[in-house]
Design a protein around this ligand. Structure first.
Ligand code: S3P
Length: 418
């Protein structure tokens, strides 16, 4: 699908972004091994979360409209076929952790993009725990008793942390992950709410083996990584006044909004509240009058990894040279995001050069509509759509259907706000 996006003249109104993708995956996975029925409202409608649901169903979990019926820690059974994780790295890595501890073997497969992404980062710690795990292709589980380890992931990753903690629920002794950068903490928050023995001490998260998890009852907050596109769009499009309702503002996810605020964006929070152990607020976004250049380095990059493509768009309008570094991980996401954003923004007239681990962007630059390519990557497609909203004329985005991965209604929301 080719999406045609024209310059926007003021984005106005209120929207609810889709349910948080990270929380949705975890709610389904943990609900599937809980004892009894969990109720989960506001799940992400994106294809990635649908992949997690269908894998869990293939493993015998009962999932229907907002309900997950778990049959306990040992309630899953071998799937008849390889589990298709689609485009979703979170599905593949978290399920690898969980399934490595089951007494049956599972094979996890994915689409062309996912098949190229590194899985050794989960295979290595799972093997250290005594699990059977190999890649490629990714095969885990079967017969072995796991034991706890203390693991320091070489690359900051909430997916790796979560995979190890999920395996740790079945391992003898304590399983701990010691992070160098604090990544999103939804797994540990949810496990605590379900009665697991989880301890967070500084950068160390430890879990004990669990006999039983209580079912969950939660309302998934709006995805702040989806809201990020509107933060930049509302800040850059003159005359905008946007309200994003019920967005999750867990501190492990707000580094991007904090950075935008520090360079001159106007992002105001209202109705701050807690919903099922996660902080939530309504966000109001208004145009920025002046935007300073930005600098992002390693630790910070890891904490806003999903928002970096749209940060590159913001940097094209900042005064001065913005340098984003420490983001080599972007080369192994759903696409090579460093390359895909350099290509797309350059075609629109931006002064952007990809480095080994980031971009150097000189701004402000006047952007012009062009024909650009999403590289089949949802966050690239949406970031380029935001660039198109401030570009002269019309932009055509090839492969725009990939927004379905995390934000199926993205273009409908754009229309309703324009
Ligand atoms: C996620 C963790 C991040 C993020 C991804 C979702 C998660 O990946 O990019 O979109 O839900 O745990 P990494 O763990 O590879 O950094």
């Amino acid at each position: 699908m080719i999406a045609t996006v024209r310059r926007a003249h003021g984005l106005e109104g209120s929207i609810k972004v889709p349910g948080d993708k990270s929380i949705s995956h975890r709610a389904l996975i943990l609900g599937a091994i809980a004892s009894g029925e969990s109720t989960v409202q506001g799940l992400s409608t994106g294809a990635d979360v649908r992949s997690t649901a269908s894998c869990l169903q293939a493993l015998g979990a009962e999932i229907e409209e907002g309900k997950v019926h778990g049959h306990g820690m040992r309630g899953l059974r071998a799937a008849a076929r390889p589990l298709d994780c689609g485009n979703s790295g979170t599905t593949m890595r978290l399920l690898a952790g969980l399934l490595s501890a089951q007494d049956f073997e599972s094979e996890l497969i994915g689409d062309e993009s996912l098949s190229k992404r590194p899985m050794d980062r989960v295979v290595k710690p799972l093997r250290e725990m005594g699990a059977r795990a190999e890649w490629p292709p990714l095969r885990v589980g079967g017969e072995k008793q796991l034991h706890g380890i203390e693991y320091a992931p070489p690359v900051p990753s909430a997916q790796v942390k979560s995979a190890v903690l999920l395996a740790g629920l079945y391992a003898a002794g304590t399983t701990a992950v010691v992070e160098s950068v604090r990544t999103r903490d939804h797994t540990e928050v949810m496990l605590g709410a379900m009665g697991a023995n989880v301890a967070v001490d500084g950068m160390r998260v430890a879990v004990e083996s669990a006999e039983r998890l209580q079912p969950l009852h939660l309302h998934v907050p709006g995805d702040i990584s989806a809201a990020a596109f509107w933060m930049v769009a509302g800040g850059l499009v003159r005359g905008s006044d946007l309200r994003l309702l019920g967005v999750g503002v867990n501190p492990s996810r707000t580094a991007f909004a904090d950075l935008l605020t520090s360079i001159g964006f106007r992002i105001d929070r209202a109705n701050a509240r807690f919903e099922a152990h996660e902080p939530v607020a309504d966000l109001r976004i208004r145009p920025t009058s002046e935007m300073r250049q930005l600098h992002v380095e390693h630790d910070q990059a890891a904490q806003m990894i999903d928002e970096l493509p749209v940060l590159a768009v913001a940097a094209t309008q900042a005064s001065g040279t913005s340098v984003i570094s420490g983001a080599a991980e972007l080369r192994v996401k759903e696409s090579d995001r460093l390359y895909a954003m350099e290509e797309g923004l350059r075609a629109m007239g931006a002064d952007i050069t990809a480095s080994e681990d980031g971009w150097v962007i000189n701004g402000p630059r006047y952007l012009e509509g062009a024909r650009v390519n999403s590289a089949g990557d949802h966050r690239v497609a949406m970031a380029l759509a935001v660039a198109a909203m401030i570009a002269d004329g019309t932009t055509e985005i090839e492969g725009a259907e990939c927004v379905d991965i995390s934000y199926p209604d993205f273009f409908d929301d754009l229309e309703s706000l324009s």
